[in-house]
Design a binder for this molecule. Structure first.
Ligand SMILES: NC(=O)c1ccc[n+]([C@@H]2O[C@H](COP(=O)([O-])OP(=O)(O)OC[C@H]3O[C@@H](n4cnc5c(N)ncnc54)[C@H](O)[C@@H]3O)[C@@H](O)[C@H]2O)c1
Length: 465
């Protein structure tokens, strides 16, 4: 009885999180299992930790892993041990789905392959939960939209940032019309020489794998903007360049481990110091040739390291956005201008925040999933003709500002909790956020504005549905 209730709760969560049509509960079939049967494809760092070990440790009363899939046999073996599960493993995705008949498939492969597993998963009769970004180009995006419309199953996009208390406070202030109608936004995101640089070492440095940081990284930021402004993007004009990493570097080597420039390179990263990185990647290089501590000055790098865009929304809001990848510190700031005032918010601007943590320590805390202490972060609400007010918001530093934990709880533990600020994200949210990045890429290539409506059959709306 208790498990039946849990399963019904999960059904509700799927329909709440999907922005498309709602289906009656009877449309779902969970077979005879008393727990949600989950398969995961892509047993890399995100799959085995956030969507793996963390689910096993916190939600085993509700779900059971019935299959893991990856094209790297060594990483699959390591995933079993790291996650603490003993389910079968598969190199072939359709065989896994046919054999294990899961209720839910979690997709955590590299970005350019998400569409394969989303589409096949839906076609094979499973609900699908995908990591961001939904996908990397407009053709794949349209194929996902078509597959979801044909399927009776649902697709969830794991947007974790929305769920942090700080981001939620911004949404609440805007939804309450605190500064009247928002007319323009300035949004700047700074990736530092640790985290920002790491993208250029990995598959993320190739646009054919991650769609450039316009898609891989900025999908988070564009999703926040779409959600905060409660409108769809209509047009994008962008500039971008690769001026720092890739072939711009003064020297290069095979990888950090063997590099003769170890002592001269400020970006040198010793992967051998991390047991987890060694087990996950280095020990399994011979299976697929993927080098995790690749040289960030290798000439194959073909993404932008400097990005700037103007986004015009269907409700006439104009956004100035920029993304930097070699900042001395990692943080962001945003300002909303409204007809009745202004909101300024920021995170981790060292000159504004009073902490002594190093950039490496801050990044480790951000990625940590253990919960942790509450930190208080200010934002400014300044109404026209008034003095400004400082609003303090408490949030965890770990797991994307507390967003990761809240996203999991919403999906698996408390799906029936009310969602007045519409945190739950579905396919339209996933699509609209990547379409801004895809439009930005196209705009740089064509040197002209790109209309969102021209990319897929989704038509931008002044107020989101
Ligand atoms: N929401 C967040 O904050 C967040 C954080 C980190 C990563 N991510 C997302 O999670 C996903 C995984 O990222 P990661 O950092 O774990 O990368 P990773 O390289 O560590 O893992 C990817 C895994 O997918 C496997 N893989 C790749 N292509 C495959 C294919 N065609 N078939 C089977 N297996 C395949 C690889 O072997 C690897 O094990 C990405 O989409 C990334 O954008 C999201």
């Amino acid at each position: 009885m208790k498990n039946d209730l849990k399963r019904r709760e999960f059904l509700t969560s799927i329909s709440m999180l999907a922005a498309g049509t709602l289906l009656p509960g009877s449309a779902f079939n969970f077979g005879g299992s008393s727990k949600l049967k989950v398969c995961l494809v892509g047993t890399g760092v995100r799959g085995t930790s956030f969507w793996g070990k963390r689910l096993v440790e916190n939600y085993s009363d509700l779900l059971v892993f019935v299959g893991l899939c990856d094209h790297n046999a060594g990483r699959l073996e390591y995933a079993l041990e790291y996650m603490g599960v003993d389910c079968p493993t598969f190199l072939d995705f359709p065989t896994m789905v046919e054999t294990t008949k899961p209720d839910l498939i979690i997709v955590t492969t590299k970005d350019s392959t998400h569409h394969e597993f989303i589409i096949q998963g839906l076609e094979m009769g499973c609900d699908v939960l995908t990591e961001k970004p939904l996908t990397t180009d407009e053709v794949k995006c349209q194929a996902i939209l078509d597959a979801e419309r044909k399927s009776s199953k649902k697709l969830i996009v794991g947007f974790n940032y929305r769920w942090s208390p700080y981001m939620t406070k911004i949404k609440e202030l805007l939804a309450n019309n605190t500064i009247g109608k928002v007319t323009s936004v300035d949004f700047n995101w700074y990736l530092n020489t640790h985290h920002g640089a790491s993208y250029f070492r990995r598959w993320h440095g190739l646009r054919q794998s991650g769609g450039t940081l316009w898609v891989h990284k900025a999908t988070h930021h564009f999703d926040l903007l779409n959600w905060w402004l409660d409108s769809d993007p209509a047009e994008v004009f962008a500039y971008g360049a690769l001026e720092h990493y890739g072939s711009n570097g003064p020297f290069r080597g095979e990888n950090c481990r063997t590099c003769e420039h170890k002592n001269d390179c400020k970006f040198h990263w010793d992967i051998t110091k991390s047991e987890r990185m060694m087990n996950l990647y280095v020990k399994n290089e011979h299976h697929d040739g993927y080098i995790r501590d690749n040289c960030l000055f290798r000439p194959e790098v073909n993404i932008y390291d400097k990005m700037s865009a103007q986004i015009k929304y269907a409700n006439e809001v104009v956004v100035n956005y920029s993304l930097t990848t070699y900042s001395p510190f990692e943080g962001w700031r945003i300002a909303f201008n409204g007809t009745e005032g202004r909101i300024e918010a920021w995170h981790d601007i060292p000159y504004n925040d009073d902490n002594n943590l190093s950039q490496a320590e801050l990044h480790a805390l951000e990625m940590d999933q253990s919960g942790g202490e509450l930190d208080y972060h200010p934002m400014i609400v300044h109404k026209n003709w008034n003095t400004h007010e400082v609003v303090q918001v408490g949030s965890e530093r770990s797991g994307h500002g507390g967003g990761d934990i809240r996203l999991h709880d919403k999906i698996f533990r408390n799906p029936d909790n009310p969602d007045p600020l519409k945190h739950a994200a579905g396919i339209r949210d996933g699509a609209m956020s990547v379409l801004i990045g895809i439009a930005a890429r196209k705009s740089i290539e064509a040197n002209e504005p790109v209309r969102i409506a021209e990319l897929t059959d989704l038509q931008p709306r002044a107020k989101r549905i």
